[in-house]
Design a binder for this molecule. Structure first.
Ligand SMILES: Cc1ncc(COP(=O)(O)O)c(C=O)c1O
Length: 394
């Protein structure tokens, strides 16, 4: 059973730390190691039999003290029955889906998911004989009409990568559960600071901890948080495949956890300020940000989230690819790169992939990750580069 919820700020500071010992360090040390040894064969055999349980020290690949502390901290924050760490967010997604699929199975995936989720479904899963059907992320409870006898899972994201539509999480998760199909939500954008999706009826929350949770662009890690019904099967898949997190990364993620709430508050305020400023620029056709009333699913965001992240997108009025490249290249504070959620601002032109529908917006989509820099500096940087998108600048 999940623990009763502690106030979020308290949990961020208190969880994932060693038990009371006089003269202890504030933080756990970086824990490295493969083999663990036992004083008796009986103790070894007991550990081997319980090796799939978070908390059992058996062999490095199954986790160590620091891994288990972080898993327990995340279980408390997500209100999950179990959390398993993975080596990346992509590993969290693929290993969760691998737990549920069978040859000949049907998988429902929201059309706006992260590109690598789509690549995994269309690549590895297709080769394993799994049929992926993409659905309109705004489908809501009508997802029930797409569920077949062979449907093994419903995978979605809130908001969508790059285009930021916010699905109706309880409606989709509720319809899936009513049909006996597990729902999987990529909750990377929100973090447990802004949405605890298991409480909304989702069965499994996956996230890239490489983003906001570790928060400093120096760590790759993923997380799978789930209800009692799925926690053990998922953990077994992760262990059987042999995925594991490194000691240094666990140390960095635990450190990032301590400041997550503060950083998310900054990203929320700065992201909204930057999005509003961009919306007022003549080169901007539209801003895609869940906190803005014209964002598809804004009402779901208002109902189910307690805040926003600092990642959003802008649709610029139609211009050439060369103009977009010149604009992006001219920015000083915004690095050009994938990923997000670190302390630094980033920019990336995005081409949405769609198969259930089409991306109808006329204009160029560019994604911004707002970091911890002064918003005045970011605005000045953008103001200097935006004229490169004007028709006359070609
Ligand atoms: C929404 C989303 N989920 C998952 C991932 C994958 O995470 P990782 O890079 O840790 O594998 C990403 C990465 O960009 C992402 O944007």
């Amino acid at each position: 059973m999940p623990h009763p919820p502690a106030p979020l700020a308290d949990a961020l500071v208190q969880t994932g730390r060693p038990a009371r010992v006089e003269g202890r360090h504030v933080n756990l040390p970086i824990e490295l190691g493969s083999t663990m040894v036992f004083d008796s064969l009986a103790a070894f055999e007991a550990a081997r039999d319980a090796r799939y349980d978070s908390g059992t020290l058996y062999y490095g690949r199954y986790g160590n003290t620091a891994v288990f502390e972080l898993e327990q901290a995340l279980a408390e924050l997500e209100q999950a029955a179990g959390v398993t760490l993975t080596s990346s967010g992509v590993a969290a997604i693929s290993l969760t889906l691998m737990t549920f699929v069978r040859p000949g199975a049907h998988l429902l995936v929201a059309d706006h998911v992260y590109g690598n989720t789509r690549a995994f479904c269309d690549g590895v899963l297709a080769r394993m004989g799994v049929e992926t059907e993409y659905f309109d992320p705004m489908i809501g409870a009508s997802i029930a009409g797409l569920i077949r006898d062979t449907t093994c899972a419903v995978m979605f994201e809130a908001p969508g990568s790059g285009t930021f539509e916010v699905p109706d999480i309880p409606a989709i998760a509720g319809a899936a559960r009513a049909a006996g199909v597990p729902s999987v939500l990529d909750g990377t954008w929100a973090t447990p600071v802004n949405c605890r999706a298991l409480r909304l009826g989702v069965d499994v929350v996956v996230a890239s901890l490489s983003k906001y949770l570790s928060g400093h662009s120096d760590c790759m890690m993923g997380m799978i948080a789930s209800t009692t019904a799925h926690a053990r099967d998922i953990r077994k898949t992760v262990m059987e495949v042999g995925d594991k997190t490194g000691g240094q990364e666990v140390f960095l993620a635990l450190r990032g956890l301590r400041t997550l709430k503060l950083r998310m508050a900054h990203f929320d305020a700065a992201g909204r300020e930057m999005a509003a400023w961009l919306a007022a620029q003549p080169q901007v056709k539209r801003v895609l940000h869940p906190a803005f009333p014209d964002c598809p699913g804004h009402e779901h965001w208002k109902r189910d989230f307690t805040g926003a992240a600092g990642l959003f997108a802008v649709v610029f009025h139609p211009c050439s690819d060369a103009q977009i490249a010149a604009f992006v290249d001219a920015l000083h504070h915004f690095g050009i790169g994938v990923s997000w959620g670190g302390y630094e601002s980033l920019v990336l032109p995005v081409t949405p992939q769609r198969s259930a529908g089409t991306w109808a917006e006329d204009g160029q989509l560019v994604r911004f990750n707002i970091g911890l820099e002064e918003t005045a500096s970011l605005k000045a940087d953008l103001a200097a580069a935006l004229p490169l998108l004007n028709p006359a600048s070609e």
